[in-house]
Structures are given as C-alpha cells and as structure tokens.
Ligand binder design. Structure first.
Ligand code: HEM
Length: 269
C-alpha cells in the first residue's frame, strides 16, 4: 500500500460501505486497487487503446458505478425517495460548504491557467449560493446550529491534496460537483421544491442564470478533454474523480446517520 492509500484507508477505516444496496463491498472501497475501468496500480499508465479517448468520456465511464451508488446512498437516496426532511437537507448542504469553498479558492488562485481557469468561472461558483440557501433554510445561525461532520472536513482536505503539484487533479473535483449540479442537481431541485416546499430563494445552488446549462456543460467537457491531452496520466484524473464521488457518498451517509440520530433525540425529548 502506498502512503496515500494508507492515509485514505486510515481516514475511512470506520466508514463502512455495507448495506447501501449495491454490490460495492468494503473491500472494494479503495479503487486505487480495484477500479471499474480495470486499472490496477501497476497499470495506471497511458495505454495505446485509451490514449485517444476524450477524458470526459473516461470520467463518465469510470465513475458510472459510483454515480449509481451515490444515487442510492444516504441523504441523496432519501431526497430521491422524498424521505428527506429539511434538517437532513440543510445538514447535507452544510457539509458540502468546505469542499466547495476549498475547490473554488484553489481554482480561483489558478484563474490564469488555460484549463483550470475555465472552472474558475463566476457563473459556476456555488459556495456563496450554498450560504444563501443555508441561511434561507436554517437561519443566520446555520454555521453554529448545523454540525460540520468528519466527512465534510475530509472531503475538503482531499481537495487540498488534489491541488498539490500542477493542480490538474482539481478538474476531477470540479467535474464531479459542477457537472453533477448541472445534471442531477436539476432533478434534486424539482424534488426538493415539492417535497420540502422550499422556495426558489432556498434553492439557488441549482441555478446557473448567466448561461444555458448545455453550453456550460459543453465548455466544461472541452476543458476536461484538454486536461486529458496535456497530462501524462489521464487515468489519475479518473481516479481522482472516483475519490471525489467516494467523498460525496461518505458525506451523504454520515449526514443521514446524523440527521436520523438528531430526529430520534427530538422524538425522545
Ligand atoms: C452525490 C450525488 C451526485 C453526484 C456527485 C453526481 C454527479 C454527476 C456527474 C459528474 C455527472 C456528469 C456525467 C457525465 O460525464 O456526463 C452526472 C450526470 C447525471 N446525473 Fe448525477 N450526480 C449525483 C446524483 C444524481 C442524482 C440524485 C440524480 C437524479 C436522479 C442524477 C442524475 C444525473 C443525470 C440524469 C445525469 C446525466 C446528465 C447528462 O446526460 O448530461 N445524479 N452526475
């Protein structure tokens, strides 16, 4: 096991992927060892059959299974099944704030970069919108009333790690969150509007008013494909996106666990 793998193993050692309704067992968690695209650590090099494939395709394929897990796990699954309450949703948003803030700070610091600069676009920026929504749902005191969970802290730390070196691995994190907000986020917005009766003022994180979603998606995919062409190791960018998905899954699970415990306490009190 490399140092990075050991570190990730340690960080997640108390987080089990059992019982989330998929075939992803605990032993499969570390995709640096077992990867749905068939890569192993020893094969994480450019190979002839993938070297011409656009990175955006590799990312979609490489994260397909984890995307399905994300949809079926924790607070996100509850939202889809209309079982999520306001507290659970607020807790989910609250625990995404550090990740978005870190991502957006790192991207903004590299706004002159020909590829990373594309993701530093103001129309993508979500962290201020998260804060607006949290205030609308939970009130001005949300930072004190909603706990920041270990998984939320770990997610932000992983983004800092991804910013090391040339910072190109940040594109993988931007892919997972921004393409997600532009895609599934739109479904979530409609569901939440109905099931939690949230007004538009509390759902601003899913709005991209400056530009049409399909134009923005095409621009982001183009930048991803360019990242795939300039890097020596496009597979590492796929692996980073898988890491980002894993963090989302862990946040979603921990949020559900916490929200359930909180609801239990209220009922008992
Ligand atoms: C933590 C949760 C989620 C994350 C991180 C996430 C992330 C992503 C990403 C990165 C993509 C882009 C895939 C591509 O390369 O084309 C995507 C696409 C998509 N997601 Fe999600 N997603 C999540 C949850 C959901 C949910 C709950 C739904 C809705 C039921 C959903 C529905 C979709 C759809 C329909 C697309 C395809 C959009 C297109 O073809 O342009 N996702 N998601």
């Amino acid at each position: 096991m490399t140092d990075l793998e050991q570190d990730r193993h340690d960080r997640y050692s108390d987080v089990s992927f059992q019982n989330h309704g998929t075939d992803l067992a605990d032993g499969d968690f570390n995709h640096r060892l077992i990867c749905p695209m068939g890569f192993t650590n020893a094969s994480l090099n450019r190979s002839d059959d993938t070297e011409d494939r656009p990175l955006s395709d590799m990312l979609r394929e490489g994260t397909k299974r984890l995307h399905a897990v994300a949809e079926r796990t924790g607070a996100i699954a509850d939202i889809l099944q209309r079982k999520c309450d306001r507290l659970g949703y607020a807790l989910l948003l609250r625990n995404l704030v550090p990740a978005y803030e870190r991502l957006e700070a790192e991207l903004f610091a590299r706004r002159a970069h020909p590829i990373l600069g594309v993701f530093a676009d103001r129309s993508l920026r979500r962290s201020d919108r998260l804060r607006t929504d949290l205030q609308a749902i939970e009130g001005a005191d949300w930072e004190r009333s909603l706990p920041l969970l270990r998984s939320g802290i770990s997610y932000a730390a992983a983004i800092s790690e991804a910013a090391a070196g040339d910072g190109l691995r940040l594109v993988s994190h931007a892919y997972v969150r921004y393409l997600g907000d532009l895609s599934g986020g739109q479904v979530i917005k409609k569901l939440l509007g109905k099931s939690l009766s949230l007004p538009a003022a509390a759902l601003t994180v899913y709005e991209f008013p400056d530009i049409e979603a399909h134009v923005l998606k095409a621009r982001l995919r183009d930048a991803l494909d360019r990242a795939g062409r300039v890097t020596d190791d496009p597979h590492m960018l796929v692996i980073e996106a898988m890491t980002a998905f894993e963090h989302n899954i862990v946040v979603s699970r921990e949020v559900k666990r916490q929200a359930t415990a909180d609801a239990g306490q209220v009922a008992a009190g």
